[in-house]
Design a protein around this ligand. Structure first.
Ligand code: PLP
Length: 401
């Protein structure tokens, strides 16, 4: 008899479980819109050309060894990552008051940042948007923070509940941490306007709330790395402190390489140095030091002007394809006379559309049309192609009529 015989089977991860179900379906028309990964118009995963080029050159460089990285990761990678999110001319970088550590993609960066806060920050409550990426509450709770939510999405308008957001953040206790999606909010695709960001910033600073940005989609929302970083840069420009978790999963297509960074912008260089020393104490017993390959690719691309430019072009092409899928799906629903206002499909941005379909309609579409998505009605626009748009439009039409 096993010493583990009392272990009960855990449920599938609600997002990754969609793919498990999809893989089991033998239908030739099946469509997976649950996965948060970019696909080409042929429905294939994409490795960026710049990534191939960088890898080629890295492989040919015989001077490269497989030694351990420092606890904080690859120094070049960290510097370049800070520059990417804060801007080349960021005063915070020039004043040496940013500490950046390489972490295991966006998730790992959130986890390390959260554990640091749980150990060293006076307020252990973090406010996350309702809804948010399903992993957020788990990551923060396990890191030792206590999770509360603020209103974010308004189902009636399929847009931002700005009044609710201001009320909830406004009544958070002084010093509380607030998780903000830097751009392309997951799962809703709804972002505040720059004017609304400015109001959020003023409110948060006036109450001494600590911003923790999750930047998983820089460049993916608008196609521009700088535009998508604007909200973060607004909060840095006021001289206040904040955290940012960056991921290169989507914008460089490095999903499985697990490459990301945590930056903490501090009041001055002295604090930043001490904060970094404590980040090392969080990381060392967790995984010792991060992997070398993905960070080397990123640093290689960010360092080289030509590769960097090529990257921005490939990134924009991915963003543009997603935007064109929104238009095609919207047009297909209009052509079918599908009841309802579907303009949110073209208004929302980033990888996902929050369709407004309920869980019964989602179940119907899976059963009758072999279309897989999370039960909250979120579909990955990146998983869609010109060929599959009509099938999806037929399914949505049938689900709502
Ligand atoms: N944050 C958000 C909002 C996300 O959507 C994701 C990925 O789906 C992540 C963080 C983390 O992704 P990764 O750990 O692969 O970088």
């Amino acid at each position: 008899n096993s010493v583990f015989s009392h272990v009960v089977r855990a449920p599938e991860d609600p997002i990754l479980g969609v793919t498990v179900a999809y893989n089991k379906d033998p239908s030739p028309v099946k469509l997976n819109l649950g996965v948060g990964a970019y696909r080409t118009d042929e429905g294939k995963p994409l490795v960026l050309n710049v990534v191939r080029k960088a890898e080629q050159q890295l492989v040919n460089d015989r001077s490269r060894v497989k030694e351990y990285l420092p606890i904080t990761g690859l120094a070049d990678f960290n510097k370049l990552s800070a520059k990417l999110i804060f801007g080349a001319d960021s005063p915070a970088i020039q004043e040496n008051r940013v500490t950046t550590v390489q972490c295991l993609s966006g998730t790992g960066s959130l986890r390390v940042g959260a554990e640091f806060l749980a150990r060293h920050y006076h307020q252990r409550t973090i406010y996350i948007p309702q809804p948010t990426w399903g992993n957020h509450p788990k990551v923060f709770t396990l890191a030792g923070l206590s999770v509360k939510t603020y209103r974010y999405y308004d189902p009636a308008t399929r847009g931002l509940n700005f009044q609710g957001l201001l009320e909830d953040i406004g009544s958070a206790p002084s010093g509380a941490i607030v998780l903000l999606h830097a751009c392309a909010h997951n799962p809703t695709g709804v972002d505040p306007t720059l004017q609304q960001w400015e109001n959020i910033r003023k409110l948060m600073r006036s109450k001494g709330l600590l911003p923790f940005f999750d930047s998983a989609y820089q460049g993916f929302a608008s196609g521009s790395l700088d535009s998508d970083a604007k909200p973060v840069r607004m909060f840095v420009a006021d001289g206040g402190e904040l955290l940012v978790a960056q991921s290169y999963a989507k914008n460089m297509g490095l999903y499985g390489e697990r490459v990301g960074a945590l930056s903490i912008v501090c009041r001055n260089a002295d604090v930043a140095g001490r904060v970094e020393s404590q980040l090392k104490l969080v990381i060392r017993p967790m995984y010792s030091n991060p992997p070398i390959h993905g960070a080397s690719i990123v640093a290689f691309i960010l360092k080289d002007r030509n590769l960097y430019n090529e990257w921005t072009i490939e990134l924009k092409a991915m963003a543009d394809r997603i935007i064109s899928m929104r238009r095609q799906l919207f047009d297909a629903l209009r052509a079918r006379g599908t009841p309802g206002d579907w303009s949110h499909i073209i208004k929302q941005i980033g990888m996902f559309t929050f369709t407004g379909l309920n869980s019964a309609q989602v179940a119907f579409m899976t059963k009758e049309y072999h279309i897989y998505m999370t039960s909250d009605g979120r579909i990955s626009m990146a998983g869609l192609s010109s060929k599959t748009v009509p099938h999806l439009a037929d399914a949505i039409h049938a689900a709502v009529t």
